[in-house]
Structures are given as structure tokens and as C-alpha cells.
Design a protein around this ligand. Structure first.
Ligand code: DGL
Length: 267
């Protein structure tokens, strides 16, 4: 693996482009290979066993592309498959859970922390257990928000319905007096304004994808594998026909026009 090899990123679909953007901002000279498993999305409603199997195939695809490190942009895959991937892959594998946990602990005064994510992420308790492992007095309230992913994919980011749903999901955080909330899903950064409006200005929102981009920069520097090139060559792959991906992707990338190539994985 050479330092000018690309960094691989995978997600269950489009959402990981929030992580792709965060990485692009912090590491503009790095070439990125993004794989969105659009044929099998969503992961957040599936069993851990299935998500592990899909994640192995995604990581193997990226390794075949000669990547020097893999970022698991998908929170669900990070929550249930990271240890497995680390054992299998020849290159360093970074998830979004640990960076999100560390950023939340750094941001929180009271160590009363909320976590939102898909059903699978919340059921795994990956965030909750790591928060308590790294800070034994942490109080954690975790809530699955399964309606958020489809809302974001529909482009419903504000308005009455979004506000009503957000209020329901976030009610517990007020009672629990959390001062920090981890956005533990690739899609949730797009709902940041709606969530902030409901939860109020005293709660810090932590974007696990942003935190992962910061952690990736450290990892690249520590391993001495930073790119020496100045022009990044990014490539996007999807497992379903690219049409829908490209139109929704534009929303996630703030207008940038990606071209994605279709690939087949597994069975
Ligand atoms: N990428 C997933 C996550 O961050 C959300 C979409 C899905 O359920 O696959 O958990």
C-alpha cells in the first residue's frame, strides 16, 4: 500500500456522502473511493448478522481497489461489524462510533448524552456501551429514529411534519436533561436545523461523520500514509442502477454532480 493509494469509504447507500464530504473538506488531497450499497439499503432495519455479511463484501471490494484505509461511514455497519472487519482487512479500518463517542464526551459538561440512530444501531448499544466504557459516570439515553432516513431521502428537512416527528423522538432527551446529542446516522446531519429547533440551543449536536473525518486525519498522519499528491481523483460506486443515487446524492453533496458506476457484490 502506497501513501498515494485512495481511501475507501463504504455506506449502505447515499447517506455516507455526508461523511465523504466531511473527509473531502479535511483531506482535500486524498483520493476517495466511495461504495454505496444501494441495492441492499437500508441496513438500519436489518439484523446484525446480515449487516456483517454485507459489510465484509463491501470492505473486500474496497480492498480490491487497492485502498490504504477503509472508513465505515455507515453507523449501523460501524456499530455491528467493525471488529469483524478489523480482523479481516489488511488495511486500517475506521468506524464512526468511536470518533462520535469521543467528540461527545469532549463536548458534554454534565456527561448526560443522548444518542439517535437506526433501530439496528440503537439495538446494538454500540454508542451507549462505549460512552460508559470511556466515562463510567456517563448517563446515556438512546432513541431509535427510523422515520428520519426516509424523510431525508425524500428531501423533507423542515416543516410541520418533520418538526412533529422530531418532537416525539426527542421528548425523552428533555426529561433526561441531556446536554449533548450524538447524530448516530449518516442521514441526520441534514436534519440538524430541525433537530436543533426542537431540542434547543443548550444541547450540542455531535455529527459522528465529522468526528470520523477528524479521526481519519490523525490516523493517516500516525500511519505516515498521507498522500503526497495534490490532485484528488474520486470514484463513486453503487450496487444498484445509479440514476436515483445521482439525483439524491446532489442534495447530500450540496450540488456537486457525482457520476457513479454500478458494480455487483456477493450473491
Ligand atoms: N447509513 C445508515 C446509518 O448510518 C442509515 C441508512 C440505513 O439504514 O442503511 O446507520
Amino acid at each position: 500500500v502506497t501513501s498515494n493509494a485512495p481511501i475507501g469509504i463504504f455506506d449502505s447507500g447515499i447517506g455516507g456522502l455526508t461523511v465523504f464530504s466531511a473527509i473531502k473538506k479535511r483531506l482535500p488531497n486524498e483520493s476517495l473511493v466511495y461504495l454505496g450499497d444501494t441495492a441492499r439499503v437500508p441496513y438500519g432495519t436489518k439484523s446484525a448478522e446480515t449487516v456483517v455479511r454485507y459489510s465484509r463484501e463491501n470492505a473486500a471490494f474496497l480492498e480490491e481497489k487497492g485502498v490504504k484505509a477503509i472508513v465505515v461511514a455507515c453507523n449501523t455497519a460501524s456499530a455491528v461489524a467493525l471488529d469483524d472487519l478489523r480482523q479481516r482487512c489488511r488495511v486500517p479500518v475506521l468506524g464512526v462510533v468511536e470518533p462520535g463517542v469521543r467528540a461527545a464526551l469532549a463536548a458534554s459538561q454534565a456527561k448526560r448524552i443522548g444518542v439517535i440512530g437506526t433501530r439496528a444501531t440503537i439495538a446494538s448499544d454500540a454508542y451507549g456501551s462505549m460512552l460508559c466504557e470511556l466515562h463510567s459516570d456517563a448517563r446515556v439515553v438512546s432513541v431509535a429514529c427510523p422515520l428520519f432516513v426516509p424523510l431525508v431521502e425524500e428531501g423533507w428537512l423542515t416543516g410541520e411534519i418533520v418538526e412533529e416527528i422530531t418532537k416525539r423522538y426527542c421528548a425523552e432527551f428533555e426529561y433526561a436533561r441531556v446536554d449533548t446529542l450524538i447524530l448516530g446516522c449518516t442521514h441526520y446531519p441534514l436534519l440538524k436545523d430541525a433537530i436543533a429547533k426542537v431540542i434547543g440551543p443548550n444541547v450540542t449536536l455531535v455529527d459522528s461523520g465529522e468526528a470520523a473525518a477528524v479521526a481519519l486525519k490523525f490516523l493517516i498522519d500516525d500511519e505516515g500514509i498521507a498522500s503526497t499528491g495534490t490532485v484528488a481523483d474520486d470514484r463513486l460506486f453503487v450496487t444498484d442502477v445509479p440514476g436515483q443515487f445521482e439525483s439524491v446524492a446532489r442534495r447530500f453533496l450540496g450540488g456537486m454532480m457525482p457520476t457513479a458506476k454500478r458494480v455487483s457484490l456477493g450473491s
